[in-house]
Write a protein that binds this ligand. Structure first.
Ligand SMILES: [Ca+2]
Ligand SMILES: [Ca+2]
Length: 102
């Protein structure tokens, strides 16, 4: 049990991220997206949540486990995929090129 501590303040149960909410910084606001529900990289920690709407599916991912979403992937109903990544250095979102997997 020692050496596996959580940086989150409060009463984090240390149960692998269950109940931790993801948040999304957008301009000057922070959106609470709710608890992560999906483990996209199979490390045992839920890091993503998805939302569906009329335009398709959007996946919000916290890839570095700080609770803040830093990757957004949109899968449109026509099958096209686009994603944006958050650059912590600049505080800006940038779109990744679709259709390239490397
Ligand atoms: Ca994970
Ligand atoms: Ca993050």
């Amino acid at each position: 049990m020692d050496g596996f501590e959580d940086d989150f303040t409060g009463d984090a149960p240390g149960a692998g991220g269950v109940g931790e909410h993801l948040w999304l910084a957008d301009d000057h606001r922070v959106w609470d997206l709710g608890p992560a529900t999906v483990d996209t990289d199979a490390d045992g920690v839920r890091d993503s949540l998805s939302r569906t709407d009329a335009d398709g599916l959007t996946v919000f991912t916290d890839s570095d486990r700080d609770g803040g979403v830093d990757r957004i992937t949109r899968i449109a109903t026509d099958g096209s995929v686009s994603s944006s990544v958050y650059d912590r250095e600049t505080g800006r979102w940038s779109a990744t090129k679709p259709g390239r997997l490397r």
